[in-house]
Design a protein around this ligand. Structure first.
Ligand SMILES: *[C@@H]1O[C@H](CO)[C@@H](O)[C@H](O)[C@H]1NC(C)=O
Ligand SMILES: *[C@@H]1O[C@H](CO)[C@@H](O)[C@H](O)[C@H]1NC(C)=O
Ligand SMILES: *[C@@H]1O[C@H](CO)[C@@H](O)[C@H](O)[C@H]1NC(C)=O
Ligand SMILES: *[C@@H]1O[C@H](CO)[C@@H](O)[C@H](O)[C@H]1NC(C)=O
Ligand SMILES: *[C@@H]1O[C@H](CO)[C@@H](O)[C@H](O)[C@H]1NC(C)=O
Ligand SMILES: [Zn+2]
Length: 449
């Protein structure tokens, strides 16, 4: 009698336990194989405009759309430039928060200007109190690496990315052999060295877009090269047997538009409208569609009025920029910001800028939008996503890696639908538990009798 009662209590306890376990929300993005560790590869092709694959034969990118997720396009943050936009992707924070407010590092007081490639090892430019995903993941026990990804070579609160390869100045952007080697390297980091997160960056098609323009046949050729590289990646994933554990996101940092030139338009030469030397103590103007300047003391109104008269651009006092730009709260941003109309470059004194294509324009312009593709065990197949802002990639990556995100400006709401088994985000009954309960019930009944 006593043994039967003990057994009953034990079984009731067991039933309670199993019911509790079944109701517990699943921490893993894919409930189907809890326990198998997922890894993430983020690849950025600089300046890959959203529609670059639409006039070129791209069998591998097309296959990704059937085998995974494709967004119609995605929108970079305002300040459609390489460093600011990449850092928004890896932090989930607006540019005004992460403070990487240009490709060049600058100091408005000393007039220091450091070119983009040189900033890649300058922590004081990147480390402004917002932690990028690498560091957050490392702090939660994951192993991360950056291959050429902007910001990967800096230290954050004294911490370095576990492994960082920083792009050298003068690096050749379009060497397909090297592209493949880099894929092999990164895949072996996952398969042989147990890395959890790797970010991989390519400087194309940005380079060709600038030099030849987005409509040039060379741009189509580089898209074909990217497509072959995506095919090489797919084969590599199978070869390294990462097939069921590796999620991949392929995206970019901004689009590209054709620079408008004479005789089609009159190019902007700002010194025609204001005496820059007399009125400004600091400026970065000859840099595509986005310009910044610091008026000399007492000259702010004069600068603003003069620029307001210049055609084909909009001038903003930092404080008066639309909230939607998410730039106005930046401490680093100089007091005056100039944004040219699509295709107009901001020249200060002479038209020295030889680029045929450029970016830096308003992120609402379709030419500034960029690609988003994703595939792997946690992504649905043949899923076409509506457009979203690139800021939302960050919480998606945290979900895929199953880590706690830092405070950020993104939301999973825009990407949750592309994942397998997270549609409700809530608790899920394990299919085994009703069976288990029945079994226990039957077992109790028979022993009690
Ligand atoms: C990062 O910190 C390490 C160790 O303190 C140091 O050796 C390295 O130079 C730093 N790197 C950068 C880019 O500041
Ligand atoms: C391209 O990359 C390969 C592999 O790194 C290298 O051997 C070759 O010299 C490079 N080609 C050029 C033109 O730089
Ligand atoms: C540029 O500004 C000029 C002068 O206001 C105007 O006539 C022209 O239409 C503008 N060009 C474009 C492409 O908006
Ligand atoms: C995984 O590998 C199998 C067999 O090689 C292949 O059919 C499948 O498409 C691969 N899946 C992914 C996500 O690459
Ligand atoms: C972005 O996120 C940060 C951190 O949570 C927050 O301080 C900031 O106010 C947010 N920005 C906006 C515009 O909501
Ligand atoms: Zn870029």
């Amino acid at each position: 009698m006593a043994t039967v009662r003990l057994q009953t209590i034990f079984l009731i306890l067991l039933a309670i336990l199993s019911a509790w376990a079944a109701a517990k929300p699943s921490g893993s993005p894919s409930g189907s194989d809890v326990g198998s560790k997922k890894r993430l590869l983020l690849i950025s092709f600089d300046g890959f405009r959203w529609d670059y694959d639409q006039d070129v034969d791209t069998p591998n990118l097309d296959r990704l759309a059937w085998d995974g997720v494709k967004a119609k396009y995605i929108t970079p943050p305002m300040l459609t430039m390489t460093s600011p936009s990449h850092f928004t992707t890896i932090t989930g924070r607006w540019v005004e928060d992460h403070e990487v407010v240009h490709n060049m590092m600058f100091n408005t007081k000393t007039n220091l200007k450091v070119p983009h490639k040189v900033t890649l090892r300058r922590s004081e430019w990147w480390d402004n109190g917002v932690l990028p995903l690498w560091i957050t993941a490392q702090n939660q026990g994951l192993k991360t690496a950056s291959f050429h990804y902007p910001g990967g070579g800096a230290n954050y609160s004294g911490q370095a990315v576990n492994r960082a390869i920083v792009e050298e100045s003068g690096h050749i952007d379009d060497n397909e052999t090297e592209w493949r080697q880099n894929i092999d390297t990164v895949l072996s980091w996952f398969s042989e060295e147990d890395f959890d997160l790797v970010t991989l960056y390519y400087g194309e098609p940005d380079n060709v877009g600038h030099m030849r323009g987005p409509d040039h046949p060379d741009r189509k050729a580089i898209i074909r090269q990217i497509d072959r590289t995506v095919g090489y990646l797919r084969d590599g994933i199978t070869r390294h047997m990462l097939n069921s554990t590796l999620n991949v996101i392929i995206t970019s940092d901004h689009g590209m538009t054709t620079v408008k030139k004479r005789p089609l338009v009159d190019e902007i030469v700002l010194n025609k409208y204001l005496d820059l030397l007399k009125l400004a103590s600091f400026e970065i103007l000859d840099y595509g569609g986005f310009g910044i300047l610091t008026p000399r003391p007492g000259k702010e109104q004069e600068v603003l009025e003069a620029l307001a008269k210049a055609p084909n651009l909009t001038v903003y006092r930092k404080e008066d920029m639309p909230e939607s730009f998410h730039l106005g709260r930046s401490q680093r941003m100089p007091p005056v910001v100039v944004i040219a109309d699509l295709g107009f470059n901001l020249n200060s004194r002479f038209i020295v800028y030889v680029n045929k294509g450029d970016h830096g324009f308003h992120n609402g312009e379709m030419d500034m939008k960029m690609i988003f593709r994703a595939f792997g065990p946690d992504f649905k197949k043949n899923f076409l996503s509506e457009p979203f802002d690139s800021i939302h990639i960050y919480p998606l990556m945290c979900r895929l890696l199953d880590i706690r995100a830092e405070p950020n400006n993104g939301s999973l709401e825009h990407t949750a639908d592309m994942l397998i088994g997270t549609h409700d985000g809530g608790s899920r009954m394990s299919p085994t538990s009703p069976m288990m309960l029945t079994f226990i019930f039957v077992f109790i009944s028979t022993t009690m009798l």
